[in-house]
Structure formats: C-alpha cells, structure tokens
Design a protein around this ligand. Structure first.
Ligand code: RIB
Length: 303
C-alpha cells in the first residue's frame, strides 16, 4: 500500500499565447477549475493506474475542498485521512502557453496547516505503508517527521523535491528515492548543470548527502537513474505537448505504483515515461492522467 503525504489544490487555469514577461500584461483565454496539487496529482496517478493508495493531507471546509476529495475518490484514492482545516483549500493560479509550458503560483492555505502532531497521529498509517511519497508543498518539518517514522519501520520513502527548495542533509538521508528535475537538482546539489558530466557530479553529491537512489527527469532528454552501483539513461517519448502541468507528478506517481507492484526500476521508468508523456497530451493536472486501459492503449499494449 502506498501513502501520499502532500498538497491538494484547486487549479485555476487560463491559456495564454505567450507567457508574459515581467511588467507585461497579456490576455488569457478561458478559465478552467481543475483538481490539482502535487501530492493529490501523484496519488491520483497511482489510483488511476489501479494502485492501492491513501492520501494524507488537508483541505479547507469549503466547496473546493469537497471537489478535490471527490476527484481523488473518482481516481480510486482513499481519502479517509484528508482532514478539514480552518484555512481555505489550497489554490494554484496557472498560465499555460501555446507550447504547453506553464507558470504556477500556489497559495498553500490548508496545505500548510499540517504539523508534526498530525503526522504523529498518523504514525501507524506511515508504518504499515510499503511506500511513502511526498513533495515540498507541505511544511518541510512535516515531511521530515513522516520520513523519520517511515525509516524506522522499513517503509520505502520517495521524495519529489518540488517546488524547488534547499533541503537539509537529514531529510535527504531519510530519502530512498529522490525524483528531481534538472533545475531542482541544481538547487539541491549547488552544482550548475551544463553537460552530462555536471549532471553525474550533482547526482554523486546527492548520494554523498545520504540519498540512496535518484531518478532525474530531463524533459525532452528523458531521465537518468543513478545510485551507488552506477547509472542508466532513459529516452523521452516525443509527443505534441498540450499542457505539461502534472507531468512530473504523474511520473513520480507511476514510479511508486510500479515499485509497489514489484516492477524492476528499469521497467518502472519506462512505464512512468509513458504515463508522463500521456499526461502532457491532455489539458490540466488530474484531468490528464491515464487509467491503466488508456495507458495500455497509448503504449500499444506493451504492458
Ligand atoms: O505540479 C503541478 C501542480 O503544481 C498543479 O496541479 C498545482 O496545483 C501545483 O501544485
């Protein structure tokens, strides 16, 4: 069983031709309200693929909170441990440009109303989980506390370090698998990545800080798996990008799903690459995630 500790946001999305520069005003096209939040997107990706997944997080006592819980339930995610907070449900303001690239501003609201005591209340849930997945849209000390409990009970920890934030060594050393993108890895390792050599150096530095395994997502350059035994590169799939929102979330969610199903890391990365590619061909966050049937069709039944 997988537990995802993390954020739930209502995404308020508009389309723009070109992302505005600083000081520039542009006209948007339409406004969609789509279920999102990095944590919830990862849980939904697992649930839609058929995984056994529980969400741990908070929403406000408001209409968006109800909608987000409904969306997770529809995706097959258990939401018994999503609590109501006095703060409003998290919001994300998203602009998607004509290349499918996005810019996001998050108002965390209820997502930042989780504290270490909440995690202690869910100690048993973390202990009985096979995998615990988290990101950085909930307070860092809360993620760290949950990973501390996980590591005392052999629960495998996956950290998707987004949105990018510097991390202390203790949380890194509690992480079994880190899934940064290139810019997150640059920030975490303090190494500017200009070429493959820099990339490998940055991964090595993370290992020296205590992380056990890394999968670095490299956009159109695919991904890199790295641990103390060596490394392997994986190619990206070429698709026409409609909206890249939740591509990274769907990748991390799919990795967790595959690992929980006993797939090898190599197969997990190949499947996750397809899940992420599928997601960028569709609009929105949770609205873009494939079911197992959709994924099989997308992969030409290669599953
Ligand atoms: O990773 C995409 C997500 O980031 C969006 O769904 C938005 O809510 C923000 O959390």
């Amino acid at each position: 069983m997988i537990t995802v500790l993390g954020s739930l946001n209502m995404d308020l999305v508009t389309q723009v031709n070109v992302t505005p520069a600083v000081g520039e005003t542009v006209l948007g096209n339409g406004l969609d309200k789509i279920a999102g939040g990095k944590g919830a997107n990862q849980a939904a990706a697992i649930g839609k693929l058929g995984g056994n997944v529980k969400m741990l997080g908070k929403v406000g006592n408001d209409e968006y909170g109800i909608k987000l819980i409904e969306s997770l339930n529809k995706s097959g995610v258990n939401t018994d441990n999503v609590e109501k907070s006095d703060k409003s449900t998290g919001l994300a303001f998203i602009m998607v440009n004509e290349n499918g690239d996005n810019s996001i501003v998050v108002l965390p609201g209820a997502n930042f109303d989780i504290d270490e005591e909440d995690i202690i209340n869910y100690k048993e849930l973390v202990e009985i989980s096979d995998i615990l997945v988290s990101q950085l849209e909930t307070p860092l000390n809360v993620v760290e506390k949950s990973f501390e409990i996980a590591k005392k009970s052999d629960t495998f920890t996956i950290l998707n370090p987004a949105p990018a934030k510097k991390l202390n060594k203790s949380i890194i050393s509690l992480t079994d698998l880190l899934t940064p993108n290139e810019s997150e890895l640059e920030l975490l390792s303090d190494i500017k990545i200009n070429n493959e050599n820099d990339l490998l150096k940055a991964c090595e530095k993370m290992l020296s800080m205590g992380v056990k395994n890394l999968i670095v997502t490299l956009g159109e350059n695919g991904s890199l798996f790295y641990n103390s035994k060596g490394y392997e590169k994986f190619e990206a799939l070429k698709v026409k990008a409609v909206d890249t929102t939740a591509a990274g979330d769907s990748f991390t969610g799919a990795i967790a799903f595959c690992m929980d199903n006993g797939e090898s890391i190599r197969d997990a990365i190949k499947i996750a690459t397809n899940v992420a590619a599928f997601s960028v061909t569709k609009k929105g966050a949770q609205s873009s995630l494939p079911s197992m049937e959709e994924l099989k069709e997308f992969m030409g039944e290669k599953l």
